[in-house]
Write a protein that binds this ligand. Sequence first.
Ligand code: KG4
Ligand code: ZN
Length: 342
Amino acid sequence: MKEIKDINILAIESSCDETAAAVVHNGREVRSNVISSQIDLHKLYGGVVPEIASRKHIEKINQVIEEALKEAQTTLDDIDAIGVTYGPGLVGALLVGVAEAKAIAFARNLPLIGVHHIEGHISANYIENPELEPPFLCLVVSGGHTHLVCVKDYGKYEILGRTRDDAAGEAYDKVARAIGLGYPGGPKIDRLAKEGNPEAVKFPKAHMEDSPFDFSFSGLKSAVLNHINGCRMKGESFDPADIAASFQKAVVDVLVENSMHAVEVYGMNRFALAGGVASNSALREGMKSACEKKGIQLYYPSPILCTDNAAMIGAAAYYEYLSGTRHGWDLNAVPNLKLGER
Ligand code: KG4
Ligand code: ZN
């Protein structure tokens, strides 16, 4: 007999350009985490092409799941529930994962648990930090999202602030393209910035007067593009490493300042980073020193668990499973799903 505590979840993630499947035991032990990235394909177009993403997901998904079960040395006989990202994301991409999850759950008569993609990113922090439990504050910074979230309990979230325009990762990708680095730009700017001077150019840092935890990165992105165009028009040379470092400083300063402000207002002594940009070295360093000064425990996942993966969906699905969340056969992709919605 299986104890209630022994739950194996097969998790599926296909919201953007990674086809991913994982087997997660009791929410925090990753038995396998298989990711088939489409980056090389989308690179050719300078960003994710939704139609191509969906087509690639349908091609890869069965193999990725097969591999995840094999790596975990298990079969569907030992799986207790299917977790799947059902939003937010690209609708055609999400539909592939949702249809696959429904088919497996239906055929094996298993519970189906739809997971919010951001809840997945936040839950990635549970995997390597067995002591981490809510409540804590979390900064979710990815290609599609920039949210400052209060994690009140498992599955219970209050959004304190969000971006009014571009997500942090989106700004990284656009600036990278402008300085000729290609897609995805975040890791490339991260690397190049190490060789540049962060004080070389003073780019604007947007703080919202009326809502101190909101972010805005489109003005910064325009300022970088204007600076580059200005140099080109005047025939002046510019150092891409200096631009990368100065841009990165402007992003990281705002992320750290707003996060520390939230810590003060909400009196929380634990803080987590999540999402693709959470693997940024300057952000990690900036948050580390700010948290140390305030005596706050900082958590962040390993880089492979920061960018899109299914292990994080398995972690989130486990806590949803425990709280009784079960989705019906009418589960659909919800491209603009709000955090906390069922
Ligand atoms: O979480 P993720 O894989 O996808 C979304 O849910 O959006 O995040 C991808 C984003 C991309 O914009 C990528 O450029 C950014 O994360 N990223 C980084 C780094 N690694 C990935 N940004 C800055 N520094 C990095 N090291
Ligand atoms: Zn993501």
